[in-house]
Design a protein around this ligand. Structure first.
Ligand code: PMV
Length: 347
């Protein structure tokens, strides 16, 4: 949706900055997994949330993007190391977002984007995608915007993208302003070197209901949605406490309960919104069984069938044994390569 309010917001942020592109702009942004979820918009045009949320960024799993300006023709949106044309729905979404940033109506862009999130594993990459796109535009034009401003711009692409501007734990403050300028992410100072996130690809098909449609349908029809803001407020307080005291059990219990409460609001929507596959339920039950046997592991779920597991490094081996297809990320320990160093764009 390219509306005048979105354009106005972008204009006010980049006003007075360069409109002349360099030859290319390159950037990387990590994906992020919410420990306390964003589910519901108070303003659909500006992607303003009903509540704050809190996430962990996935270090080396994310999106690298290279952008250049073209004088004429059409926007080119290419994906993957082989730079193949993007699927139409993805291309349209990127083109609509780029419409907000053209310094003149005839300026077109070539965007090449490479994901390090396991492709085809059904893990959404829109958060790292829009964050990397905004960062690459900033590099292309040399705007040198500060992180909160970049976070606001990324939010216009996809709400959760505003959290992918930072590494580690990140909180997206709900904000109170109507123009949305105070609704952006900020880093949380606590670190957790032993924390692991496991991505469990149980179903690799595309999701059928996008998150925007899913959250709008839930907030409009679910009788349980009224309880969601208070749930988030309590869970956020508990998560902040868990990070402060490095209490893994409190972190895991809260994140898992928050995700399941979000899915409960969807199940009570009319008609119900069910993102889970049979394998999702099996995985969640396996997590419960491991816990009952003394292994501290918890699960969180987004708007799709693939669970993400939370555990600590001493248990990595047991987790791999229980879930052989798992991809494990250590957000505070993994080496993150720059797009240049990794050679994703061919050096
Ligand atoms: O950023 P969106 O519009 O794709 O919404 C993300 C919604 C969840 O992934 C379910 C929760 C979250 O906070 O990331």
């Amino acid at each position: 949706m390219t509306t005048s309010r979105r354009r106005e917001m972008v204009r006010s942020i980049i006003e007075g900055r360069s409109t002349r592109p360099a030859s290319t702009g390159t950037a990387y942004a990590p994906a992020n997994i919410a420990l306390c979820k964003y589910w519901g918009k108070r303003d659909a045009e500006l992607n303003l949330p009903v509540t704050s949320s809190l996430s962990i960024s996935l270090g080396g799993l994310g999106t690298a993007t290279r952008i250049s300006a073209l004088d004429a023709g059409e926007d080119a949106v290419l994906v993957g190391k082989d730079a193949v044309e993007a699927p139409a729905a993805f291309r349209d979404r990127v083109v609509r977002f780029l419409d907000l940033f053209r310094p003149a109506p005839d300026v077109r862009f070539r965007v090449h984007t490479v994901n390090s999130i396991p492709t085809g594993a059904g893990f959404a990459s829109s958060a790292s995608g829009f964050a990397a796109l905004v960062l690459s535009l900033d590099a292309l034009f040399g705007w040198k915007l500060d992180r909160p401003a970049l976070s606001v711009l990324a939010r216009l692409g996809s709400g959760s993208a505003c959290r992918s501007l930072y590494d580690g734990f990140v909180e997206w403050s709900v904000g109170t302003r109507e123009d949305g300028m105070d609704s952006h992410a900020h880093p949380v100072s606590e670190t957790w070197p032993g924390l692991c996130i496991g991505l469990l690809p149980v179903r690799t098909t595309e999701k059928t209901v996008g998150s925007t449609r899913g959250m709008d349908h839930t907030s409009a029809t679910s009788p349980l949605y009224a309880a969601w803001p208070a749930t988030v407020e309590r869970d956020l307080a508990q998560l902040r406490e868990a990070l402060r005291t490095r209490d893994f059990r409190l972190l895991g219990e809260t994140a898992e309960a928050n995700a399941l409460a979000m899915h409960a609001t969807m199940l009570a929507a009319r008609p119900a919104l069910l993102y889970w596959a049979p394998e999702t339920v099996s995985a969640l039950q396996a997590v419960q069984a491991l816990r009952e046997n003394g292994l501290p592991v918890y699960a969180t779920m987004d708007a799709g069938p693939n669970p993400k597991l939370l555990f600590e490094t001493p248990h990595e081996k047991s987790i791999r044994a229980a879930f052989p297809t798992i991809e494990i990320v250590r957000p505070f320990n993994d080496q993150v390569m720059t797009p240049e160093a990794s050679g994703v764009f061919g050096g």
